[in-house]
Design a protein around this ligand. Structure first.
Ligand SMILES: [Zn+2]
Length: 423
């Protein structure tokens, strides 16, 4: 528990000071650990965060997805990667060791091992449950075959899913229907809701239209169908992301592991199903944390970072308290676990410019606000600039010389007789 009472007022008093210097401050990002090679390039979400929910897919209730781990039979990349050995043993490909733990298969499982279900349960404070069924597939052809014959990502994904169709009923993945943007209802509609295709490795990714991650199953390039049937014609799986073009009916992601388990890439690409439109692909900030942060994410040891308060507000998981000059008695608790944050409207004509306060007590295992110091905790101030440039829509405002704090009390403990400030 962290009571800031007077501190917020002091922040407000210094707001003009901050405004003067916010644009002059040199942004020094810390050493960073994650650059996401995301195929969705463009600008940040243009609208003000307004509790709209998921734009293309539900961000509430329960979603069951199909997760397919895919390997080429001639994959010779990083043969020492023990979490997903590549070579067959007695003619059987071992597949990923985390096949059964990557996501929960039921809502009652409630894993605490840092898998996808655990992450989204904590980040949504129980409002969104993602569960799934996982499969491991070795492609029918070699990588070299696909390359030689001009196959691209969509062709290969289609072939893998058609092969799975022989032994898999997709009905359990058809529980949601999109009526329009931000209008996704719990009904079956003859379309598979969401599929994660996760490749062990894809050499020369760009030649097959792969990226480190992209928020679709691929895009038809040479006359392939936009969608295809599974379950004997009962259900369809579509290509593309509808934000890219309304002709694309797809809802899925494709990512490439390349020797690590980059959970953040899968979180990131999936989040494009909540926060992406055709003009503004949803990347909103860099260098700190966020599901749609594109590079420099401050990841935990498993490769996750939490959503920032802008994202939580945008998809309807959080309604931050607004504070004004007259506000008294705000109490901030751990931002990540208790979903508490504050926003302060910046005076001026831009309706989307705010300061956001997040108190990171680091109670959550997914939170690592200072990658250099595992024990660091504190109050963070994010400047929502009001523009949609992905490099500056959200900025973590460094405290260096900008913040004006006054200690309420000075104590003189034996171990520090000269006095410590108490806030
Ligand atoms: Zn992206």
């Amino acid at each position: 528990m962290y009571i800031i009472l007077n501190k917020i007022l002091k922040v407000l008093k210094t707001l003009n000071y901050l405004l003067l210097f916010a644009f002059l401050t040199i942004q020094i990002f810390p050493q960073t650990y994650s650059d996401i090679d995301c195929g969705m390039t463009g600008f940040g979400e243009s609208t003000v965060a307004s509790q709209k929910g998921g734009k293309w897919m539900t961000a509430r209730d329960t979603l069951k997805v199909l997760i397919v781990f895919v390997q080429f039979p001639d994959d010779a990349y990083d043969t020492t990667f023990t979490l997903w050995p590549t070579n067959p043993v007695s003619e059987i490909y071992p597949g990923p060791t985390f096949l059964k733990t990557y996501i929960d298969s039921t809502t009652s499982q409630m894993s605490t091992n840092g898998n996808l279900t655990h992450y989204f349960r904590e980040m949504s404070v129980g409002q969104f449950t993602i569960i799934g069924k996982t499969r491991f597939v070795v492609t029918p052809h070699t990588y070299q075959y696909y390359l030689n014959n001009g196959w691209l990502r969509w062709n290969i994904n289609m072939e893998v899913l058609q092969q799975l169709d022989a032994t898999l009923d997709f009905a359990e993945f058809d529980k949601w229907k999109r009526y329009g943007e931000y209008d996704v209802r719990k009904e079956s509609d003859g379309r598979v809701d969401d599929i994660f295709m996760i490749y062990r490795n894809v050499p020369n990714m760009s030649s097959l239209f792969f990226y480190g991650g992209e928020s679709s199953l691929g895009y038809p390039q040479t006359g392939e169908p936009l969608e295809f049937f599974v379950d004997g014609g009962l259900r369809k799986i579509g290509s593309g992301h509808p934000a890219v073009s309304s002709s694309y009916p797809g809802m899925g992601t494709t990512s490439v592991m390349g020797g690590t388990i980059p959970y953040q890439v899968q979180v990131h690409e999936f989040s494009h199903h909540w926060m992406t439109d055709g003009q503004y692909y949803g990347h909103s900030g860099n260098g700190f944390w966020g599901m749609l942060s594109d590079w420099g994410c401050r990841l935990n040891s498993q490769g996750y970072c939490p959503p920032n308060s802008y994202e939580r507000e945008l998809i309807g998981w959080n309604a931050p308290d607004s504070i004004y000059q007259t506000t008294l008695g705000i109490t901030l608790t751990d931002y990540v676990q208790t979903n508490r944050s504050v926003k302060i409207k910046v005076p001026g004509s831009n309706p989307n410019e705010f300061f956001r306060l997040e108190y990171h007590l680091k109670l959550s295992q997914f939170d690592n606000p200072e990658v250099h110091d595992p024990n660091a905790k504190g109050l963070y101030l994010i400047h929502q600039t009001g523009n949609t440039n992905p490099f500056s829509q959200l900025r973590l405002t460094p405290a260096d010389g900008c913040w004006y704090w006054t200690a309420d009390t000075i104590v003189h403990p034996p171990y520090y007789p000269s006095g410590l400030a108490v806030y």
